[in-house]
Design a protein around this ligand. Sequence first.
Ligand SMILES: Cc1cc2nc3c(=O)[nH]c(=O)nc-3n(C[C@H](O)[C@H](O)[C@H](O)COP(=O)(O)O)c2cc1C
Length: 183
Amino acid sequence: MKNTYNILGISGSLRNASLNMLFLRAMGRVCPDNMNFEIYSGLGAIPLFNADDEDKSFPEVSHWCNALARADLVLLVSPEYAHGVTGVMKNALDWIVSTGILIDKPLAFPNISIRAELAQSQLAETLQTMGCRLIEECSPRATLAAPYVIPDATEHMLVDHPDIGPRLKILWSNIEHSLTASP
Ligand SMILES: Cc1cc2nc3c(=O)[nH]c(=O)nc-3n(C[C@H](O)[C@H](O)[C@H](O)COP(=O)(O)O)c2cc1C
């Protein structure tokens, strides 16, 4: 068992007021001491994927690959656009298809949207095809009665919220359990 685990938070939205990013920032506020939680900020800088360029060296792609390789677990949240996965998320993943970096990588994959489910299942299929090990108990689905974010809230408001704050902590506890239970 390790003393500290590296968790990489990834949001499939680049929007300033992104609810997915808000969720990750709130998770960062309640991160346990033995988790080193980094929110990936370089997704928007990754060039458009072109299979002709796969052997070329792009610093933004290397940075992305290194961050994933370091992670003991990936905490990924991503919105639905037009019943599909966001382009920014899919583009970033296309760069790593042939690397094998995600093989057996534990994946926490919450869906913080109470409406969207098509993109979630499409992205789950892609991530699992690439080798991710999706951990069900770390992949909750938000509902109207059990949300993970509130529009226009700050991460402090989410953490202090009587229901959402504990929900975030339960997710960390499930993440911790899944990592410590792994061989
Ligand atoms: C271009 C675009 C397309 C969208 N398509 C859908 C959709 O098909 N289904 C859905 O539930 N929400 C859709 N939405 C709403 C977003 O999922 C919602 O605004 C979400 O909060 C975006 O994530 P973010 O807050 O992290 O940026 C769409 C939003 C945009 C900007």
